[in-house]
Design a protein around this ligand. Structure first.
Ligand code: FES
Length: 151
């Protein structure tokens, strides 16, 4: 009888250890798969986005935001009349920027940073200028390109 109790106790401890080990190890492959998927998304450039005729890209407001792959992008017509496209992630800590038309600034509401319409830093704490994305004219249409993308 004492041997049976001992066997049951050992079986219970074995099951407990196996369950604990499974609970610890099973999420591991899922986490690795999600990490690899996200890394692949971040690393791969988005395909070019056809914005249509250049004269109609930003309309009367002079500004438009849109998505290019995983990036939020702001396109602004500068005072000189050129169109510029910028990644709207603040270079300080990655918060999303908003365009303030009257001040002609991209402002960050996380820590108060700001960028001029040419993407240069207007107000700290960001120390790096905005990432600019290429705009390419093709067959009367403007294409928004991701970095390192060939047409
Ligand atoms: S994240 Fe923009 S100022 Fe800090």
């Amino acid at each position: 009888m004492a041997g049976t109790d001992e066997e049951e106790r050992r079986r219970f401890v074995s099951l407990l250890l196996a369950g604990s080990l499974s609970a610890f190890l099973l999420p591991l492959p899922y986490g690795v798969a999600m990490y690899l998927r996200d890394s692949a998304r971040k690393g791969a450039p988005a395909p070019p986005l056809n914005l249509g005729p250049a004269a109609e890209v930003v309309g009367a407001t002079g500004y438009r935001s849109l998505s290019l792959g995983a990036k939020r992008v702001g396109i602004v017509r500068t005072r000189s009349g050129s169109l510029r496209a910028f990644n709207l992630r603040c270079t300080h800590a990655g918060c999303l920027l908003r365009w303030h038309r009257n001040e002609r600034l991209f402002k960050c509401h996380c820590h108060g940073g700001a960028f001029h319409e040419d993407g240069t830093v207007a107000k700290l704490p960001p120390e790096r200028d905005l990432e600019e994305l290429p705009l390419v004219l093709r067959n009367d249409n403007l294409l928004l390109m991701d970095k390192n993308t060939d047409v």
